[in-house]
Write a protein that binds this ligand. Structure first.
Ligand SMILES: Cc1cc2nc3c(=O)[nH]c(=O)nc-3n(C[C@H](O)[C@H](O)[C@H](O)COP(=O)(O)OP(=O)(O)OC[C@H]3O[C@@H](n4cnc5c(N)ncnc54)[C@H](O)[C@@H]3O)c2cc1C
Length: 395
């Protein structure tokens, strides 16, 4: 005999666990199915093992979607403070980490991300929800209710929630399951792309980055009219660091990125002020950048004269190179290195209040599988909790 539940949730990650807790709390019979032997693996590895579980200032503006309004309802119904209250209630100590003087609000566990997983599991189980791991779903049909054939047994449910996440980090079990189910039920998808991902360069730009591998510089990075101020990091493949990860979510193949390497300074004014003695560009730059960078920068943009001999147009050119260093990445490092997937279930297909499909009654999509992608900094977990909450209140 197939076992019957009110709600089956597929994927025991952040969104699935939270939705299971909320639905079980309302007295629904809930089964959470996970194909991996372990649940919440991305929570475990997140934030360097300390889980940046929310951002105090999460707003709809911090999310990328074809419909930027879609996330508003969920985010306003479940705010960072709602999640913080749960974390406090469970005695989990946390702190705000100011990763950059202009970037605030990232909350991390003091101890370990495992505490967040344990809290979520406890909330599901205390409310009577069941969790089944190591269970592969073979097929889903919907003659009336949903019928799931799995490696474990057959299950029936009235509400089915897909919380299988995005495609990033395939070696941790990321799958296209959510997109396949969408396709099966005729639900549109915005083409998924790796996001929050390092960018690759080639040719002389790659050589430049490789020679500087490990060097990081506080910069403003701009692409397609969006900019982020944080560190960039030169790597063996190109560029990484928080400012690059952020901008990668707005970058498409073929686009240029522009880097202001000295956002605190007006380089032209600095150079003009040094035109009275025998100052050289290298002397000015060595006060502002790591030594290794100065040498390679001057190989790339040589300046033979002392500054006093430079014409205004030459100084302007030097300043422009530093304020608008332009590169065209050849590609991103792909899903293997991406923190998230942008794109996913087209939000036009879903109710923004409940996350239910407009076409298929009882079918819900939550978390990263939906075309809502947060910035770096705790925003993606906040979306997982908020969208899990929205569905959990209705399933
Ligand atoms: C290295 C790294 C660090 C990160 N750090 C942070 C951070 O500090 N803060 C932040 O906000 N975000 C962070 N993120 C992003 C964040 O982890 C995700 O956005 C978030 O986990 C998405 O939640 P989700 O529940 O939608 O998907 P996931 O957490 O990916 O969960 C999906 C679950 O579904 C399961 N699944 C997949 N297919 C099937 C199937 N066919 N059957 C059953 N189960 C299935 C998966 O095994 C997984 O357990 C990080 C991501 C990475 C990769």
């Amino acid at each position: 005999m197939p076992k019957k539940y009110d709600v089956i949730i597929v994927g025991a990650g952040a969104a699935g666990l939270f939705c299971a807790y909320k639905a079980a709390q309302r007295g629904r019979s809930v089964l959470l199915i996970e194909k991996n032997p372990k649940i919440g693996e991305k929570i475990r590895i997140s934030g360097g093992g300390r889980c940046n579980f929310t951002n105090l200032y999460a707003q709809p503006e911090n999310y990328i979607s074809q419909n930027p309004h879609f996330c508003k309802s969920a985010l306003s119904c479940f705010s960072p403070h709602n999640f913080i209250a749960l974390v406090k209630k469970h005695g989990i100590l946390f702190h705000e980490k100011n990763v950059h003087k202009d970037v605030h609000g990232q909350l991390f566990c003091d101890d370990s991300s495992q505490q967040i997983i344990e809290m979520l599991v406890a909330l599901v189980r205390q409310n009577g929800g069941e969790i089944l791991v190591d269970c592969e779903i073979k097929s889903i049909e919907k003659p009336d209710e949903f019928i799931l054939q799995t490696s474990n047994s057959e299950f029936i449910c009235t509400s089915l929630v897909i919380a299988t996440g995005g495609l990033s980090i395939p070696k941790m079990g990321a799958s296209d399951f959510g997109f396949r189910i969408a396709k099966q039920f005729g639900i549109d998808i915005i083409t998924p792309e790796p996001a929050l991902v390092p960018l690759k360069l080639d040719g002389k730009d790659l050589e430049f980055c490789q020679s500087l591998s490990g060097v990081s510089i506080d910069s403003v990075v701009n692409c397609n009219g969006v900019s982020f101020r944080e560190n960039i990091l030169f790597t063996h493949r190109g560029l990484s660091g928080p400012a690059i990860l952020q901008i990668s979510s707005y970058w498409n193949k073929g686009d240029a990125i522009t880097i202001n390497l000295l956002p605190e300074n007006d380089v032209l004014e600095l150079l003009k002020a040094k035109q009275n003695g025998k100052s050289q560009l290298s002397t000015v730059l060595s006060k502002l950048f790591p030594k290794r960078f100065v040498g390679l920068w001057l190989e790339r943009f040589p300046c033979e004269k002392i500054l006093a001999e430079c014409k205004k147009i030459e100084l302007e050119e030097i300043a422009d190179h530093l304020h608008n260093f332009t590169l065209i990445p050849s590609d991103s490092e792909g899903y293997a290195k991406a923190e998230v997937t942008r794109g996913g279930i087209n939000t036009n297909e879903l109710s923004s209040k409940t996350m239910e499909s407009k076409k298929v009654k009882g079918l819900y999509f939550i978390g990263e599988v939906v075309d809502v992608t947060g910035w770096l900094g705790g925003y993606n977990f906040q979306w997982a909790w908020a969208s899990g909450n929205s569905a959990g209140m209705y399933v």
